[in-house]
Ligand binder design. Structure first.
Ligand code: DI6
Ligand code: FE
Length: 404
């Protein structure tokens, strides 16, 4: 591969993911001029401008080139794991029995609180490496397993440190409103006022947070409680996103659109009215097939309504130790198609163009002049091959910021 300052990839099948033309924005026999950390030119190879002819170049032999994959929804930083409850569940234990045995989110909170910053980073690195091995270049990482100020801030510091230790961009979301910790049992409002909001302010003051998220659900927080957190996010000029309508219809999506949320996520129980509000607000639908699969959910998100109303759909792993222990973007794409009937083009757009939108990024997720030089080169020829195979990784090379 040419050195990392400027070079041309030629004879490639380029899935630009731009809209309005060919499916996938596909350019056959294409060329891409990479200049530092930006893309200078993209098009049919025969049209490559003279100024690039002297640049280093490498023939891709017809391989598929896509934007680097973007996972816009992960809980990648956490302590411990939940294999025990997985086994208990499959041995017939019910949700209550598991909870009584200390399972669920609370068990991860305990393990995360007990971990040092370095231990949180060390535990997350192999999970991050799995994403990088599948061509990921940008990954969102949430807090939400600390539920006290010290550990929430540690989670966000760990997320920031991952981007120092690996060639990847990490975008952080504060998810203090994920669950009420044991010490505030039955006192959700007090937790929001005494821990969640002060911690959000501290995280913002320390430059640790890029967006604010919440879990709006019967087992978590009401729209009114999320609204209190989002009001502070707005005061701090932070964008918001929301886990909404995952297990029931509570009205979280509607609330999120009132804040022009970057995204509403899960959405199994969202309806056409929610989709219409999302379309008006420019809120991206983030589809999370890993949780649908792990929880053996049967309620499908309103994919057809999102299509009809032109709500952009992202797809993400929701990588977390409980409801979605999925650390493979390619597997998530396959699940989005096979379980949720998205098309392979929608699944790839979900991990590129629309994932960038869900993170508020304007210069990522597509292959076009001026965009970041984040690319993935695959040992396949058709874009549909990425979602088609189950548990097979055809990545040949990942380019992050122009460097291989
Ligand atoms: N929705 C979920 O499915 C996860 N969090 C959330 O907001 C559950 C996370 C876990 O099971 O640890
Ligand atoms: Fe999640």
């Amino acid at each position: 591969m040419p050195k990392a300052d400027r070079f041309v990839l030629k004879n490639a099948a380029i899935a630009t993911m731009q809209t309005g033309g060919q499916p996938y924005g596909l350019i056959e026999n294409g060329a891409i001029a990479v200049n530092g950390d930006r893309l200078d030119w993209v098009g049919v190879g025969a049209d490559l401008p003279d100024e690039y002819h002297a640049w280093d170049s490498q023939d891709q032999g017809g391989r598929l080139v896509t934007p680097g994959l973007i996972d816009c929804h992960t809980h990648l930083v956490f302590g411990g794991n939940r294999a025990t409850e997985f086994e208990m569940r499959l041995n017939g234990a019910g949700y209550e029995e598991i909870a009584k045995a200390g399972g669920g989110i609370i068990s991860t909170v305990k393990a995360t609180r007990e971990a040092s910053l370095d231990q949180l980073v060390h535990a997350a690195l192999p999970r991050l490496d799995a994403f990088i091995a599948e061509g990921a270049t940008i990954i969102e990482v949430k807090s939400g397993y600390g539920l006290n100020q010290e550990t929430e801030l540690n989670m966000l510091r760990a997320a920031r440190k991952l981007a120092i230790l690996r060639p990847v961009q990490i975008i952080t979301s504060f998810l203090g409103a994920h669950a009420t910790p044991a010490e505030y049992h039955g006192r959700d409002d007090a937790y929001i006022d005494e821990v969640c909001i002060p911690t959000l302010r501290a995280a913002h003051a320390q430059g640790l947070v890029d967006a604010v998220d919440g879990f709006c659900e019967g087992i978590a927080f009401s729209p009114a409680q999320i609204d209190r957190v989002f009001k502070v996010a707005r005061d701090l000029d932070l964008p918001v996103k929301l886990h909404a309508e995952q297990l029931s219809h509570l009205g979280g999506t509607e609330l999120a659109t009132k804040y022009s949320a970057l995204s509403a996520d899960h959405l199994e129980y969202a309806n056409e009215r929610d989709a219409s509000a999302m379309a008006k607000a420019g809120t991206v639908a983030v589809i999370l097939p890993g949780a649908f699969y792990t929880l053996r959910e049967t309620q499908m998100p309103p994919i057809e309504a999102f299509r009809k109303l032109n709500v952009p759909m992202a797809v993400a792993t929701d990588a977390n130790p409980g409801s979605s222990p999925l650390f493979s973007p390619l597997m998530a794409m396959n699940m989005a198609c096979t379980l949720l009937r998205m098309t392979p083009e929608e699944a790839l757009a979900g991990f590129t163009r629309n994932a960038a939108l869900a993170l508020g990024l304007r210069d990522a997720g597509m292959i076009a002049s001026g965009m970041r030089a984040d690319l993935a080169i695959w040992n396949v020829r058709q874009p549909a091959e990425l979602a088609y195979r189950i548990g097979f990784n055809p990545l040949q090379k990942r380019i992050f910021g122009g460097a291989t």
